[in-house]
Ligand binder design. Structure first.
Ligand code: TYD
Ligand code: MG
Length: 467
């Protein structure tokens, strides 16, 4: 009989190796390969005696579909991110940096659901019962009927939640602490995490309870050990934010039962997370409208417009190689905008340090921010403040042309709602709202934009006289 072999699994990406190595071929990480027992994991290893399977009923693709019944929490921002509430019988993974507020969010959600008459079980593997109670008191959730357990053993957890009336929602905080008797590996390894998550998902599918799993993200940005469980669950939400700032974003990256481009916005306060229904107000909060180098970007997050200020500082350098520092945006995208400014607009930045910051610790992911960033850079270099009532958006190509972006009407509507009466946007933008009071300045190229800012001609010819 073949000797039972152990395998070597990368803890970062899950790649299986036949022997130990310092570096993983799969993801290139060092010292992430750990010896594990394949028999302990899901499915059986080579050493296991073959077992005759049970026959399952095969069925047709057509047929009745049961409406996926959801349980909304009543927390608008959370329900928006999940696509209208937690789906019964589904497994949701909530990832995020340690300390970002995952436990806080889930405790608030648990309390909200419990107040609506649902049976909620909160299993904490990280904190003792007393600690969780303390947090619940602080969040004003102590008077609810949320049931609490501090446990990390998978079999014990399953036995506990299977007893009595079926829960509507079970929260496991966190998957990294789960360990099962059936897996030989150490807690926190890929095999253990997978086995634990697999068991929890099976419970959810069998009983119709919703399973919410918390996973900590490693410094590489993947859910630790864990990237390996993303494909097993029905929805993956990331809770992100900058620890130095108060706002938090719940971002949907996978959702089998809803859209994946939605976000929920929260603000961390001393009484827990507060929902932010209008994120733009948060990011525009402390604006100094007279300072050069600031431009307001009319962005989109999924189906939702978000206005955010971008700040640039361009200053003569004392270094041989000028510095380029970016917070909240892609640094290679900044390099591209700087190159286009140099090549096509005659803006010389070789002797200047460039610093770029997105207000509020927010992170912009859209290329549509190009125009706002270019405007902020030119404004800082020229020492000219941009008009305070104007927003910017549009994508810049390497040729210096400015390209239209999607959702023009929605961006402009949000800008108008927040008191901005002007916008600089790409020429030939589709769905430009007709009959609107706003002044829309269409630019067709980056040189055009630069000339307008440098000549302070950002006002359209028709309203030159009023400024
Ligand atoms: P927590 O939910 O424990 O984070 P995670 O579960 O993601 O590791 O949140 C921890 C942080 O949140 C901690 O730094 C304190 C802060 N916090 C508040 O500011 N206000 C509150 O009411 C609570 C409960 C936490
Ligand atoms: Mg926690």
């Amino acid at each position: 009989m073949a000797k039972a072999k152990t395998q070597f699994v990368c803890q970062n990406c899950g790649t299986v190796h036949s022997r130990w190595a310092g570096k993983c071929d799969g993801c290139g990480e060092w010292n992430t390969i750990v010896e594990e027992d394949p028999m302990g994991g899901i499915g059986s290893g080579p050493g296991k005696a073959p077992k005759k399977g049970r026959t399952v009923a095969l069925t047709a693709l057509s047929g009745e579909i049961e409406e996926a019944p959801r349980i909304p929490t009543g927390m608008g921002e959370l329900d928006r991110a999940t696509g209208g509430g937690f789906v019964r019988g589904s497994a949701v993974l909530i990832g995020g940096d340690p300390g970002i507020g995952k436990s806080t969010l889930l405790m608030q959600a648990a309390a909200a659901l419990s107040r609506r008459g649902h049976r909620v079980i909160y299993v904490s593997g990280e904190e003792a019962v007393a600690q969780v109670r303390l947090r619940a008191q602080r969040l004003g959730a102590a008077d609810t009927d949320v049931l609490l357990a501090a446990e990390t053993n998978v079999e014990d957890i399953l036995a506990t939640i299977s007893e009595g009336k079926r829960p509507d929602l079970v929260i496991i905080d966190s998957i990294q602490t789960l360990w099962s008797d059936t897996a030989d590996s150490a807690p926190g390894t890929v095999t253990q995490v997978r086995t634990g998550v697999q068991a929890m998902i099976r419970y959810a599918k069998q009983t119709g309870a919703t399973m919410v799993l918390v996973g900590h993200v490693t410094k590489e940005g993947q859910i630790a050990g864990p990237r390996v469980v993303e494909h097993m669950v029905d929805a993956v939400l990331y809770f992100e934010g900058d620890r130095g700032h108060h706002y938090r974003i719940l971002r949907t990256v996978k959702n089998r039962f809803g859209p994946t481009d939605e976000i929920g916005v929260f603000e961390m306060s001393d009484k827990g997370l507060r929902e932010v229904a209008n994120p733009s107000e948060l990011f525009l909060g402390e604006r100094n409208e007279k300072a050069p180098g600031a431009a307001v970007f009319a962005g989109m997050e999924g189906t939702r417009p978000v206005l955010v200020e971008v700040q640039a500082l361009v200053a003569a350098t004392s270094l041989g190689t000028p510095r380029r520092a970016v917070v909240g945006w892609d640094s290679s995208r900044l390099a591209m905008i700087l190159a286009v400014l140099e090549a096509h607009c005659g803006v010389r930045l070789g002797q200047h340090d460039v610093y770029l910051n997105v207000a509020g610790g927010y992170r912009i992911r859209e290329p549509a921010a190009d125009m706002a960033i270019a405007s902020a850079l030119v404004s800082s270099l020229a020492g000219l403040a941009l008009p305070a009532d104007c927003v910017y958006f549009g994508e810049v190509s390497l040729s210096g042309a400015v390209r239209p972006v999607a959702h023009t009407a929605q961006r402009l509507k949000e800008a108008e709602k927040l008191g901005f009466s002007a916008a600089v946007l790409p020429a030939a933008s589709p769905d430009l709202p007709k009959g609107s009071k706003g002044k829309w300045r269409e630019v067709d190229s980056l040189p055009d934009l630069v000339a307008r800012i440098a000549g302070s001609r950002l006002k359209a010819p028709a309203d030159q006289e009023d400024g």
